[in-house]
Design a protein around this ligand. Structure first.
Ligand code: F6P
Length: 482
C-alpha cells in the first residue's frame, strides 16, 4: 500500500535539522537539501501530500529567505511549508552543543566519561524544546499527526500534548537507548522520560533499546509496563513502545548507481584501481568518536603489520566529514584522526603508494553511492551505533556484488546483517585485522552470495516499510482515542 494512503490526518514532521538550508555564498544565496535517511524518506512524502515540517533554521540566509519564519519548499516547486525556528547563539550552545551533544549523545552511546551535564544547559534545552512545541502547536491543524525525532527533542512530546491534546504524536529515537545504570547518570533522567511519554508512539532502532527504555520507565517512574505489547499506561493514556529499524531505499540507490554518469564514474575508479593492482576499501563517517575512527586506524596498522603481503595492494579511502565543530571536543577529535592517519601512512607508505587516503568532506550522494559500488570492501566500525545506514547503503550500492562488508557487532545494522557481513569488534585490532584478511580471501562466488543475501533482506525491509510500520502504529494509536 502506498504510504500516503496510510496517512489519515494532516502531517507535521519535526526534526532538529531542517530539510532545506539557505546559505549565503559568494554571488548569492544557495538552497541546499540536507542529506540523511529521514530527509530522503519524509521530504518526498510531504511533497506528495503537503503539510508542515518544523526545524531549527540553521542556515545563515534562512531568515531572509523566510517570511514569518516560514518558507515553501522545495524552492523550485513548492509543495509544503518549512517552519524555521530561529535560535540565538546562546540557545544553540545550551540546547544543541551542550545538552544534546555533550550530554545526551555520549551518555546514550554509553561513553559515560565523555558525558557532561549542566543545569544551565538543561534550562536552555528545556526552553528550546518548548519553543519547538509552541510552533508545532501553532501550525498543526486539528487532529494532526505529529512525527518528531531524536534526542534533541526529548521533552517536546509532553510540551505539545499539554497545549494540543487533539494531535497524535509519534517520536522516533534514532540513537541507542542506554541501560538503566548509565541512563540514571543523566541528572534530568526522570524529566526526559516524562517528556518522551507525552508521545502516543515511541520508536527505537532495536528490541534491546525498547527493553532498556521500558526498564527505565518501570524502575524510575514506578509505572507498570506491558512487555508483551510494549504498552505503558501513563496518565490515563497508552503509550506504544516498539522497535522500527530504519533502512534505505534500495531501488533508489540502485537506480542512482546505474545512471550513465555514475556508471562512467565507477568504471573510471575501477580502471584506476585495477591498473595499479589495488584492492579498494572505503569508510564514510561523521568525525565522531562513537564511530570508532581511532581504533580502526590501529586495526589498519595491525593489518599491514600482520599481513605485509597487502602493503602496496590494499588502499583504504576514509571519508571523514567534519561534524559538530561548535563543540571543542569534536574539533580535537578531528585533529587526532589526522595525526593517527599520518602515523600509519608514515610507517607503511612507499614510493608512489599510500595506505590511507583521507577525504575530509562528503561527496554528493550519487558519487558516494558510486564509490560504494566500486569498492572491494567497506568498514563500519562504530563503538556503538543506533543503526548505521552507511552499512545498508554500501550493500544497496553493490550491484556488481564484488565487495565485502566489515561491520561492527555493536551497531543496530548488525542485528540484520550479521550473518553475511564480517562481524568485527572495533576494540580488537588484531581480530579486526584477521577478519579483514579472511574477508579478502573468500571467493568471488561467496562474495556475491553474501551481498545477494543482504540485498534481499534490504529489499524486504526498506525505508518505506519503516515509515509504513510507524504510521500504522500511529493510526492505531489515533483510533484508540475515538
Ligand atoms: O542520528 C543521530 C543524529 O543526531 C541525527 O539526529 C542527525 O541527523 C545526525 O546524527 C547528525 O548530527 P548533527 O545534526 O548533530 O550534525
Amino acid at each position: 500500500m502506498a504510504i500516503k494512503q496510510l496517512i489519515e490526518a494532516p502531517l507535521v514532521v519535526v526534526t532538529n535539522r531542517e530539510p532545506y538550508i539557505d546559505e549565503r555564498v559568494a554571488g548569492g544565496i544557495r538552497t541546499i537539501q540536507t542529506a540523511g535517511g529521514v530527509v530522503s524518506a519524509l521530504d518526498p512524502l510531504l511533497q506528495e501530500i503537503g503539510g508542515n515540517w518544523v526545524a531549527w533554521g540553521s542556515g545563515n540566509a534562512d531568515i531572509e529567505m523566510s517570511s514569518g519564519g516560514q518558507r515553501q519548499v522545495p524552492p523550485e516547486r513548492p509543495r509544503y511549508t518549512l517552519n524555521r525556528i530561529t535560535l540565538s547563539p546562546e540557545e544553540v550552545q545550551g540546547y544543541y552543543a551542550k545538552y544534546s551533544n555533550q550530554g545526551l549523545w555520549p551518555l546514550s552511546h554509553m561513553l559515560i566519561e565523555r558525558a557532561q551535564f549542566s543545569r544551565r544547559a538543561w534550562q536552555t534545552y528545556r526552553s528550546v524544546n518548548q519553543k519547538f512545541a509552541k510552533r508545532v502547536s501553532a501550525v498543526s491543524p486539528p487532529g494532526a499527526w505529529v512525527f518528531s525525532h531524536d534526542y534533541q527533542l526529548a521533552l517536546f512530546p509532553a510540551f505539545v500534548r499539554k497545549t494540543r491534546p487533539d494531535v497524535t504524536i509519534a517520536h522516533f529515537w534514532h540513537i541507542p537507548w542506554p541501560p538503566l545504570p548509565i541512563f540514571r547518570l543523566c541528572p534530568q533522567h526522570q524529566e526526559i522520560l516524562r517528556g518522551l511519554l507525552g508521545a502516543d508512539v515511541l520508536g527505537f532502532q532495536s528490541e534491546q533499546d525498547v527493553e532498556y527504555f521500558l526498564n527505565a520507565v518501570e524502575r524510575t517512574l514506578k509505572t507498570t509496563v506491558n512487555r508483551e505489547t510494549g504498552r505503558i499506561d501513563w496518565q490515563g493514556r497508552s503509550v506504544h513502545v516498539k522497535s522500527f529499524p530504519i533502512s534505505v531505499d534500495v531501488n533508489a540507490i540502485e537506480a542512482m548507481v546505474e545512471s550513465p554518469r555514475i556508471r562512467r564514474w565507477v568504471r573510471g575508479i575501477r580502471r584506476h584501481v585495477d591498473r595499479r593492482d589495488q584492492i579498494l576499501g572505503i569508510s564514510v563517517d561523521r568525525a565522531d568518536y562513537t564511530k570508532g575512527l581511532l581504533p580502526r586506524l590501529d586495526a589498519m596498522k595491525e593489518f599491514y603489520t600482520l599481513y605485509p603481503q597487502y602493503r602496496e595492494h590494499v588502499t583504504y579511502l576514509q571519508i571523514v566529514v567534519p561534524s559538530r565543530t561548535e563543540v571543542a571536543e569534536y574539533r580535537r577529535f578531528y585533529e587526532q584522526v589526522e595525526k593517527k592517519t599520518q602515523e600509519v601512512n608514515q610507517r607503511f607508505a612507499t614510493n608512489g603508494w599510500k595506505p590511507i587516503i583521507t577525504l575530509p568532506h562528503s561527496l554528493d550522494r550519487p558519487r558516494l553511492m558510486g564509490l560504494f559500488r566500486a569498492a572491494d570492501f567497506a568498514v563500519v566500525s562504530s563503538l556503538v551505533d543506533g543503526m548505521n545506514l552507511v552499512a545498508k547503503e554500501f550493500v544497496a550500492a553493490q550491484v556488481d556484488k564484488r565487495g565485502v562488508l566489515l561491520l561492527s557487532e555493536t551497531t543496530g545494522a548488525a542485528n540484520e546483517l550479521e550473518h553475511e557481513s564480517f562481524p568485527i569488534n572495533p576494540l580488537d585490532p588484531e581480530g579486526f585485522a584477521n577478519t579483514l584478511h579472511e574477508a579478502l580471501s573468500i571467493s568471488a562466488d561467496e562474495r556475491a552470495d553474501r551481498i545477494s543475501a543482504m540485498r534481499k533482506h534490504l529489499e524486504e525491509h526498506t525505508i518505506y516499510d519503516w515509515m509504513a510500520d510507524i504510521f500504522l502504529t500511529l493510526k492505531m494509536a489515533a483510533q484508540s482515542y475515538v
